[in-house]
Design a binder for this molecule. Structure first.
Ligand SMILES: Cc1cc2nc3c(=O)[nH]c(=O)nc-3n(C[C@H](O)[C@H](O)[C@H](O)COP(=O)(O)O)c2cc1C
Length: 174
């Protein structure tokens, strides 16, 4: 799959989880673009129940790497974004995690569009990971860590896998 006609579809299909980074610094205006993309995600009743913590202190990234079983790429990441849900901002109870997932995906797509590499690290709904991260950041009880996004300029490239499955599609009935 090389050149597609539409840039949004192109980004959706070509975005991959990138876990190797070049060490090139990412400037603050680029980080802000990622966060803007995260804040433009759809959310239930437009409640926007999210907060974002930018983690660029090496010591903090190392602490997270020590408690998360699949976060070794943080060693070379320029920074990570911790996407958090705020129960107190919910208008539709129970939707904060769904909203945070949409925001996380927006950030991943924006990272790809800006030439960055990024990967989603699962936190919610794993109780142990939530507890450890909650302790590191000393969160109040209404704030829930949802995902970590590891970011840097890519030092690997990946081809587009074939994922389209005709047999997963039904029309009008199961
Ligand atoms: C909810 C969720 C949790 C994930 N957790 C991790 C993780 O902890 N570590 C990791 O390296 N990748 C993680 N990933 C990335 C997936 O492994 C990746 O999206 C999947 O293999 C598909 O590859 P692609 O992103 O390149 O399309 C996670 C993805 C999602 C959506």
């Amino acid at each position: 799959m090389n050149e597609l006609k539409n840039p949004v579809i192109d980004a959706i299909l070509k975005r991959r989880s990138i876990r190797a980074y070049s060490g090139k610094p990412v400037d603050k205006s680029t980080i802000k673009e990622l966060l803007i993309a995260g804040m433009y995600a759809p959310s239930a009743r437009n409640q926007q129940p999210w907060h974002f913590i930018i983690i660029d202190e090496r010591q903090l990234l190392d602490r997270i790497r020590a408690i998360h079983p699949y976060a070794s790429m943080l060693k070379a990441a320029e920074f990570a974004i911790l996407v958090c849900g705020d129960e107190d901002l919910e208008l539709s109870k129970g939707y904060w995690s769904v909203d945070c997932a949409a925001s996380t995906q927006n950030i991943l797509l924006a990272a790809h569009a800006l030439g960055l590499g990024a990967v989603w690290l699962g936190v919610y709904p794993r109780k142990e990971r939530q507890k450890e991260i909650r302790e590191i950041f000393d969160f109040p009880s209404h704030i829930h860590p949802f995902s970590l996004i590891s970011v840097g300029y890519p030092a690997e490239s990946k081809s587009v896998p074939d994922r389209f499955k005709e047999d997963r599609i039904r029309w009008n009935k199961w």
